[in-house]
Design a protein around this ligand. Structure first.
Ligand SMILES: [Ca+2]
Ligand SMILES: [Ca+2]
Length: 170
């Protein structure tokens, strides 16, 4: 699903050792912060880079976390937070109508082919108008922000802008 491709210790450690298992399923990290001390609270120890292999979701879990001070007195690690990772091969919005997701026809990040049939027609303007208040549209406003106004919101101006784009391509 997703594999670990890189681990970067945070901060400015005196030394660090990172080993990533060949299949990317696990990484071991040892960091010596030298004289630097962690403040109590949330501490970023390292950041992970994951590579998506296939679609789905998985959980990144942390285990075996131990923090010692200079005299090897352990700090209490009270909470270790895992992270859910979702891998999707569709960067754009989910289908607005039917089963076909909207298409970005010219690579500008806007999904003018709202009904996903591969072309911009008057039907896309109608589908967009009819579904303008739908969560699938409102929650993916950055893909449908045809008027370019910031912050990205879907309003009647975006329907007008999509209609204009449709006219201009004729
Ligand atoms: Ca279309
Ligand atoms: Ca807008």
């Amino acid at each position: 699903m997703a594999t670990i491709t890189d681990v970067v210790p945070a901060g400015d450690p005196d030394s660090s050792q990172v080993s990533i298992r060949n299949d990317g399923s696990r990484a071991d990290v040892t960091v010596d912060m030298g004289g630097g001390a962690f403040d109590p609270g949330d501490v970023e120890v390292a950041s992970l880079t994951l590579s998506g292999e296939s679609t789905g979701s998985t959980t990144v879990s942390l285990s075996g976390v131990a923090v010692d001070d200079d005299s090897n007195e352990p700090y209490d690690v009270t909470e270790v937070t895992g992270a859910d990772v979702t891998v999707s091969d569709e960067p754009g919005p989910p289908p607005v109508v039917g089963d076909d997701p909207p298409q970005d026809l010219n690579g500008d990040g806007l999904y003018r082919d709202v009904n996903g049939d591969g072309q911009l027609t008057i039907a896309d303007v109608q589908v967009f108008f009819n579904n303008r208040n739908d969560p699938v549209v409102q929650n993916n406003a950055e893909f449908f922000n045809f008027d370019g106004a910031e912050p990205a919101e879907v309003t009647i101006a975006d329907i007008q802008a999509l209609f204009q784009d449709y006219i201009e391509q004729q």
